[in-house]
Design a binder for this molecule. Structure first.
Ligand code: NAG
Length: 315
């Protein structure tokens, strides 16, 4: 009995996952990573702005954290992170140093330009000293969009549904950097893409989330504990209500997930009067704790990742 308990608790304690996202989804994936850096071991970010950039202000999130990067207060974000960790609102910052980060910023991205994304890079460099743990792609002629090998609109575009065909396999490059060597991809199996009820995890109304989230769940992952969990966050103007299943189906992630023991969770926001774009909470619309582990969205997504829907892992 004691041995069983020890086995189960160690299996639970060693559980890790990775995250990715685009735009506000990238900033949120990054925010979630900093809050849970002991559990999250990798982040793939397309057009992110840095942790606590908005400092609780929607106006700042739309100015300093987008086009006016000269207004970003780098030192105060570092200090805020260190203080949040010493107060135990987020994981200890030493965990960040062990993680891997992949950052992409398009040359034609005028929404979150390279000057802003560079601040996110600089933020990570403060905590991660091994340069091989950070990979940057700043040389694609892409607009503000999630980059794919062969789906979506023109690479240079910045327009809905924000999927840009750049002839670059972002999913492969990101996942292989975060997880290691990958088995070649295959076609996705439509029956492995399912919806689930996000209200099983959180009061979705309070958290600004839709009742419906999505998961790409390879059959063999349903009862096999070895599958990795990867959570992918859509951008503003890109949730299911606005663009349908475009991001969920065309991210390029599912094809790699199918052959590599990966489960991809695609949580979904809901548009509201205070958040008409259906952006992730990167300025505090769910409350002042939005960057902490007890922030409503962070807590909800973390519990989804630790206990994905449909999966009967014995722990
Ligand atoms: C915000 O976080 C602090 C520190 O954990 C906690 O004491 C407080 O109750 C939280 N506020 C809300 C509204 O959850």
């Amino acid at each position: 009995m004691v041995i069983l308990f020890l086995l189960l608790s160690s299996a639970y304690g060693s559980f890790n996952y990775t995250v990715s996202g685009f735009g506000s989804g990238a900033t949120f994936a990054h925010q979630l990573h900093i809050a849970h850096s002991a559990t999250i071991i990798g982040a793939g970010l397309v057009a992110p702005s840095p942790y606590y950039c908005a400092m609780g202000s929607k106006v700042r999130s739309e100015t300093a954290c987008r086009v006016n990067s000269y207004l970003i207060n780098y030192e105060s974000m570092i200090t805020y992170t260190i203080n949040s960790a010493s107060s135990d609102y987020i994981d200890d910052i030493t965990n960040i140093a062990n993680d891997r980060v992949f950052i992409l910023s398009g040359l034609y991205d005028n929404s979150v330009p390279q000057s802003t994304v560079s601040m996110t890079l600089q933020y990570y460099q403060y905590f991660i000293h091994n340069s091989y743990k950070i990979n940057t792609v700043f040389n694609l002629f892409s607009g503000h969009g999630w980059v794919t090998y062969n789906s979506g609109g023109p690479c240079w575009a910045t327009s809905p549904p924000f999927i840009n065909n750049c002839g670059y396999d972002l999913a492969y490059n990101m996942l292989s950097f975060l997880l290691g060597n990958l088995t070649p991809k295959t076609i996705q199996n439509p029956s492995n893409l399912r919806s689930f009820d996000q209200s099983d995890y959180v009061d979705v109304w309070q958290a600004g989330l839709s009742t419906r989230g999505f998961i790409y769940l390879p059959q063999y992952c349903i009862s096999t504990i070895e599958c990795f969990v990867h959570v992918a966050f859509h951008g503003c103007g890109q949730n299911y209500d606005m663009v349908g299943d475009v991001f969920i189906k065309e991210s390029g992630l599912n094809e790699w997930a199918e052959t590599n023991d990966v489960i991809v969770i695609y949580p979904q926001t809901i548009a509201t009067t205070q958040n008409p774009g259906g952006c992730w909470d990167i300025w505090g619309y769910t409350g002042t704790n939005y960057t902490y582990q007890n922030g409503l969205q962070i807590a909800a997504i973390h519990s989804m990742a630790l206990k994905p829907p449909y999966v009967n892992w014995s722990n």
